[in-house]
Design a protein around this ligand. Sequence first.
Ligand SMILES: NC(=O)c1ccc[n+]([C@@H]2O[C@H](COP(=O)([O-])OP(=O)(O)OC[C@H]3O[C@@H](n4cnc5c(N)ncnc54)[C@H](O)[C@@H]3O)[C@@H](O)[C@H]2O)c1
Length: 287
Amino acid sequence: MDSAGSMVSSSDGPDAPSVEGILAGKRILVTGVLTPKSIAYSIAEACQRHGAEVVLTSFGRAMSLTQRSAKRMSPAPDVLEMDATNVEQARAVAVAVRERWGGLDGVVHAIGFAPEDCLGGHFLEAPWESVATAMHVSAFSLKTLAAEFVPLMPPTGGALVALTFDATVAWPLYDWMGPTKAALEAVGRYLARDLGRRHVRVNTVSAGPLETMAAKSIPGFSTLKDAWVGQAPLGWNAADAGPVADTTVFLLSEMARGISGEVIHVDGGYHSQGAPLLDHRGEQEEQ
Ligand SMILES: NC(=O)c1ccc[n+]([C@@H]2O[C@H](COP(=O)([O-])OP(=O)(O)OC[C@H]3O[C@@H](n4cnc5c(N)ncnc54)[C@H](O)[C@@H]3O)[C@@H](O)[C@H]2O)c1
């Protein structure tokens, strides 16, 4: 039994182990695991903890890092190669998943990238070629995953979940990653429109700042992180992707069967406040 109270049990004896948990029997493909700090790593672990079988994807030189991270998980999932901008690779992964499992129930999109000249306060100078790369990798890729993997989902449906950073406002230095996230959220809504009739749900999780490799490439990330602590009513721990992982598990599960086209904030409540919090603790102490 795990801390969440949902886990593997083998009460039927060694020949017939039964798996319990809100993702019991689900087959989930998780993209974007690079290091154990990756948000996708916490998601993949949480999926396993809640009863799912998991495969990971990675690409190019990142493959060996992902394989090393996978070995820390139990059981260690296989890592298949898929550059999200390469349709042939996505198609080959779909074939491999069909051979392995016969189908698929969920896909996690945890992929983001922008060339250096798209970030850091040079919004007006960024060339289209760089912006196009950022859009292709970070937003269009959700359509690619949907097109290649939804056909593997059973007639009862499935779920896609993508990770975003609140694209309803502009952020300092985030620059063209902002429009790519706005595009990603919109792609999610259009996919929800077209895949609903197949009972496939498409949602995005809008995470607060988390200390990952991708975050290191965002200039001014630590300023953003500090601002979060001062404005999120629930507080925020940038070293803990657990809350984002748990919400993703929920969205992949039947518990979320009525939710699609949604952007769910897992940010300690930051987005709901118009300004930094007053220090209520201090005021109460004075009374
Ligand atoms: N870290 C944060 O503060 C934060 C906040 C909100 C949303 N997000 C989003 O979460 C997602 C995961 O990022 P992370 O913060 O865990 O960082 P990360 O660096 O651990 O993960 C980013 C992943 O994108 C993958 N990737 C990049 N280009 C790719 C391509 N062409 N094909 C396939 N994969 C590719 C990388 O291999 C890596 O695994 C991203 O979409 C990111 O924008 C991050």
